[in-house]
Design a binder for this molecule. Structure first.
Ligand code: ADP
Length: 485
């Protein structure tokens, strides 16, 4: 297990990864949407332009069949081909002799029947087709080169560099108008639509592959970094706030502690002892004066009386001290309430998280919810003292051996909290003296922590014991009365 308070790191990482993924997905979707829109617009323009050209072919053919062939047909056709470079040849029947193939004759018959131009596929010349129409002045056929019909000047897609592939199909044949750059991609756009022409029943197909490289990687990276920065800021802010509240809480505990242990005692002592001490001073002064001044029997007996009064006052002072001690050791139980001990331990662990992390202590808490009768501040003070002692003890052993086991369980009428560390432990001699006030083995130690713990727990009708931890270390066990269910 990781040292206490290091686990949240993983949550931050997860939050960052999820946020970055979400931002990247949104940005990628947005880019794909934009590319799709542009593709659809290009497809609409291409469709309109090609449909217009096919309609033009029909119109030219109708015009040609309305008039008989001019005297200088060859010159007229040349002019026509200049205007329409897609027309490779103009064929007229019957003046030019037989049609090149039998199906031309049958197409002519169909055209005459339907009064519509007919397409003549030329399987040997891909991308070319014949368009034939029978009219009142004879039959005319145009040999058309499809790619020359594309108005490249107005074409929405750059012919050589565009990633869009454009195909025209008719029956089982497909003619590539524009190859399209780029190989296989992760996403494919496609539009298939018949061109708007009755005579030339062609279909138009546009395809585009979108590769990973086209995603907005720079924006995606920037979003991930920005999100990381935002999280880091938030984290710093939270950490600072936590540190501040932790410091305030520690200060409060410390203040309460000091007030408890010293302030009350000092104030009480001063108040209670003032009177007997004043009386002792007055009586002993009177006795000395009597002894100095007179030799009479009554002076001696008055001095004796003053002295015995001083003794009484001294006893009274001793009583005050004893009573004050009893007050500290056995104050009212009315401050007690039902408390979740597990929560109190968790709160204290949270307060000490920086110390525990710094010392790299492996904390193994086993803390089921358990209600005991206690006073909140006193309970936290006890737990705090015990955990601080454990951390200080653990600092004396190598890092990998620093373990702190905290267990809570019910045992008869008791809630039992066991705090076991793998520190150096103590000798049997030391163990017997642990709870004595001012007993300390630390150079800077006050030796009041454990004695205060014992005092507070006794006040709460509980108790504390210290024992050795196998194979090494110390165990402190606290018993507190369980709260009635
Ligand atoms: P202080 O911490 O000021 O010395 P305490 O009353 O808290 O006062 O502790 C008294 C003594 O008990 C310590 O000086 C130390 O020798 C011993 N002690 C307390 N806790 C532990 C522990 N977890 N492991 C070993 N010794 C301990």
């Amino acid at each position: 297990m990781k040292p206490w308070a290091r686990k949240p790191e993983r949550w931050w990482l997860l939050a960052w990864a999820l946020g970055a993924l979400l931002a990247a997905t949104v940005l990628a979707q947005w880019r794909l949407g934009t590319l799709r829109e542009a593709f659809d617009l290009d497809a609409r323009i291409a469709h309109r332009l090609l449909s217009q050209r096919l309609a033009q072919h029909d119109a030219v053919l109708v015009t040609l069949t309305l008039y008989s062939a001019p005297a200088d047909a060859a010159a007229a056709d040349a002019t026509l081909r200049q205007l329409y470079p897609q027309f490779l040849q103009v064929l007229r029947q019957p003046s030019e002799g037989l049609w090149p193939a039998a199906q031309w004759a049958s197409a002519e018959a169909r055209s005459r029947q339907t009064a519509q131009a007919q397409v003549l596929p030329l399987p040997a010349s891909p991308g070319r087709y014949g368009l034939l129409r029978a009219g009142p002045q004879g039959t005319v056929a145009l040999l058309i080169e499809l790619s020359a019909a594309v108005p490249w000047a107005e074409w929405p897609l750059p012919r050589d560099t565009s990633p869009v592939q454009v195909t025209v199909w008719q029956g089982g044949q497909a003619w590539l108008l524009q190859p399209g750059q780029g190989g296989q991609g992760a996403w494919a756009f496609e539009v298939r639509k018949p061109l708007a022409s009755e005579s030339q029943a062609f279909g138009l197909q546009l395809q585009r592959q979108v590769g990973w490289a086209e995603l907005p990687w720079a924006a995606m990276l920037a979003a991930a970094l920005a999100w990381g920065g935002l999280l880091a800021l938030w984290r710093t802010w939270r950490r600072q706030r936590e540190q501040k509240s932790r410091a305030e809480e520690l200060l409060r505990l410390g203040q309460v502690s000091r007030l408890n242990a010293l302030g009350e005692l000092a104030a009480g002592l001063a108040h209670e002892l003032n009177q007997p001490l004043t009386a002792i001073v007055a009586n002993t002064q009177a006795a000395r004066r009597l002894l100095d001044e007179g030799e009479a029997e009554e002076d001696a007996s008055a001095a004796r009386q003053a002295m015995s009064q001083a003794v009484d006052q001294a006893h009274r002072a001793a009583d005050v001290v004893a009573r004050l001690r009893r007050t500290v050791a056995r104050p009212e139980a009315s401050d007690r309430m039902a408390l979740d001990v597990a929560q109190a331990v968790q709160r204290t662990l949270h307060l000490l998280a920086p110390e525990l992390a710094r010392a790299e202590v492996q904390v193994q808490p086993d803390l089921p919810a358990l209600q005991a009768l206690a006073e909140p501040v006193a309970l936290e003070q006890v737990i705090h003292n015990l955990l601080m002692n454990a951390v200080q003890a653990l600092a004396q052993v190598p890092v990998p051996e620093r373990r702190l086991d905290i267990q809570l369980h019910a045992e008869g009428p008791w809630a039992v909290l066991r705090i076991a560390d793998s520190g150096p432990g103590f000798s049997e001699d030391t163990r017997r003296r642990l709870f004595e006030p001012f007993f300390s083995t630390k150079p800077e130690g006050m030796g009041l922590g454990l004695s205060l713990c014992e005092t507070l727990l006794t006040r709460l009708d509980g108790r504390i014991e210290a024992s050795h931890h196998a194979p090494r270390g110390a165990v402190f066990t606290i018993h507190l009365p369980l709260a009635p269910a």
